[in-house]
Ligand binder design. Structure first.
Ligand SMILES: [Zn+2]
Length: 70
């Protein structure tokens, strides 16, 4: 079960709460302090690693064809 961080618009407090599902709407969460349903979920910073960047390798050095010694 994920823990989300919410901020109350009524009292301005920030609190963490455990939600049963990630699809729980903000309007379903009560403030821990004033118990009002005027909270907004804060964006949590996710730590991601293993960045895969697609790098296009340049084509190999190729001599221009058609050059001949006469
Ligand atoms: Zn509050």
């Amino acid at each position: 079960m994920p823990i989300y961080e919410y901020k109350c618009n009524s009292c301005g407090k920030v609190f963490n709460t455990l939600v049963l599902s990630s699809s729980v709407p903000d309007s379903d969460v009560n403030c821990n302090y004033c118990n009002k349903k005027e909270v907004k979920r804060l964006l949590t910073t996710k730590i991601s690693f293993g960045n895969t960047t697609t790098t296009s390798k340049p084509a190999g050095c190729r001599a221009p064809a058609g050059s001949s010694f006469g």
